[in-house]
Each structure stands twice: as C-alpha cells, then as structure tokens.
Design a protein around this ligand. Structure first.
Ligand code: RUB
Length: 302
C-alpha cells in the first residue's frame, strides 16, 4: 500500500509541494488519508510527527498537523465508525477553510490596490497572487514587478501565473530592488508569510527583509498577506523559529572549498510592515498577539 504520509513529507522536503499554505493543506490531506484508512490515534500521532517538521520554518505545517491531532484527541472516545466519520468531517471543513482563505484574503486585499498602482512582490505566494488576480478581474489597472528570488527562482512562477491571468508583470533580479523601487515609482509592496510572530515580525522568503528596508527608506508601504494558520502560537512563549538552510548546492557546486550559506527565509521586523491582511480582516502588526489569542491551534509548551 502506498505510504501517503511519507510521500507527502518527502514532497514537502524536496519542495515539490511548497508555499506555506500548500504545505499545510498537503499535510492535513495526508492525515485525512490516514484517518480514512482507519488508523488509531497512536498511529495518527506518528504520522503527524513525520510531517510536522518536514520544513522547519513555515509554522502553518505544525499548526495544521496539531489541529488535526487535536480533532483526533477530541473524538478518541467515540465508537470506531463515529470516530472516523467525525474526524473526516472536521478535517474536511478545516481543509476547505484553508483553501477558501485565499479568496477571502483576495476580496479584502484587492480593495487596497488602486488604479495605476505599481506593486512589487517577492517570491511566489498563492495568497498575494490571489489579491492581484482579483483586483485585475475587478477592472483595476495596475502593474506588478516581481523579483527572480534566487536561488530557486520562485519569482518565475509568479511571473508565469500573473501573465496567464493577464496581469501586467515585469521581472527584475533581486539586487535591482532598491534601484527599481525608485525608477518604476513603486507604490506598494505585497508579500506573503511563512510565519507571523506574536510581536508582529514576519518570516518570509529570504530577501523580504531587504526589500522592506528599501521600501521603508522610500516610505513605500509593505503589506503582508497571510492566513491566520501562519501565526506562531509558540512565539508567545519565546520559541525561536528555525530558519531553514537549504545547503550549498542550490547556489553553486562550482566553488569547491568556499563556505556557502543558503538561508531560505528571513525576519522582517514589525516596524517595517504597515498592514497584515488575514482572512479575518486587516490588522496592524501590533495586533498579532490578539490574533493568536483567538486561535484554535494548539500551543505546544503552554
Ligand atoms: C515560499 C514563500 C511564500 C510564503 C507564502 O517559500 O516564502 O512567500 O510561503 O506563500 P518556499 P503562500 O518557496 O521556500 O516554500 O501565500 O502561498 O502560503
């Protein structure tokens, strides 16, 4: 029998499945499959552990796994058939909530895009793209500038998806950001998130914090679009989120004997962020703690 959980964990690790929301949904779907197979709470916990830290930075992944395991824990005293039925219902509704969040954030975020805006984005975020595509379909005319996003060039994906949806898009290299913000008279920067901390700091693709410094120096607002599943409950208790290092090969195999570091994410401080758009509405970064207090995601070390 195909081991869906191990395959999903491998796909997340290798970045065949990537982007913070997609990896959370993939993990929940893998656990749903385990529930459908009739696994016991003990085996489901083992499956959850395999998935949880497949990528260390995006907290949406442990948040999604913990959510499903909590559902299982809640239902564990039910009769076998009810246990499966109830778990599947709750997991399905969680998965649809996560998928629907893109449209909800797009609805809210698209209202922030004005006629003739030039907007810069970094990396590839389904959530940010959702906003752009919605605004364009609503008839707002604007331009997007996207960075290549070295070393894996996720910006190419952004460019392709926007082009397919007829949103005008210009690709630039990462090191052109400071120059181009000014030259192209960029009005706003939109980025996604892999984690939002209790103090409002945001972790996203490496380079986001540099874009933020440049944008701030020109008083261009930086807006983050993120589902609440990416808020880190553990950050309330001081847990430091590990920044994934993806090794040297993604950068080059040519420079033998040279130390190469390849951090995949960085931290943009709250004071460089003007707004955070979530499926529950727009909040200032300072309200991240209150958002966390409304969470149903389990706080591990409370
Ligand atoms: C992707 C990345 C995205 C966030 C948000 O990094 O940093 O901006 O995950 O994406 P990687 P989304 O390519 O390393 O996974 O809005 O789709 O969840």
């Amino acid at each position: 029998m195909k081991d869906v959980v191990s395959k999903t964990a491998r796909d997340i690790k290798s970045m065949k499945v990537r982007g913070a929301l997609d990896i959370a949904v993939a993990a929940a779907e893998a656990l749903r499959n385990s529930v459908a197979l009739g696994k016991t709470p003990k085996d489901l916990a083992k499956d959850g552990a395999k998935l949880k830290y497949a990528r260390p930075t995006a907290v949406s992944l442990p948040n999604a796994v913990n959510y499903v395991l909590e559902v299982v824990e809640e239902n564990k005293n039910l009769a076998k058939s009810d246990f499966k039925k109830k778990n599947l219902e709750q997991i399905d509704s969680f998965i649809s909530e996560q998928k629907n969040s893109i449209a909800r954030i797009a609805e809210i975020g698209s209202r922030l895009i004005e006629k003739n805006d030039t907007i810069l984005t970094h990396c590839q975020s389904d959530t940010v793209e959702g906003i752009f595509i919605k605004a364009w379909k609503d008839g707002v005319k604007f331009d997007v500038v996207c960075t290549e996003t070295r070393p894996r060039h996720q910006g190419y994906l952004t460019a392709k998806i926007l082009k397919k949806n007829k949103v005008p898009v210009t690709l630039i290299i990462d090191s052109a950001v400071n120059h181009m913000l000014k030259k192209l008279e960029v009005d706003k920067v939109f980025v996604g998130a892999d984690a939002v901390l209790a103090n409002g700091d945001v972790i996203n693709k490496i380079g986001t914090s540099q874009v933020a410094v440049c944008a701030n120096s020109m008083e261009i607002e930086l807006i983050v679009a993120t589902q609440s599943i990416k808020f880190s409950p553990e950050s309330v208790y001081g847990k430091v989120i590990e920044i994934e290092d993806r090794g040297s090969k993604e950068i080059t195999s040519e420079l033998k004997g040279v130390r190469i570091l390849n951090p995949a994410f960085d931290v943009t401080p709250a004071h460089h962020i003007s707004k955070i758009i979530t499926e529950h509405g727009i909040i200032p970064p300072a309200a991240a703690y209150q958002m966390l207090r409304h969470f149903k995601y389990k706080i591990e070390n409370e």
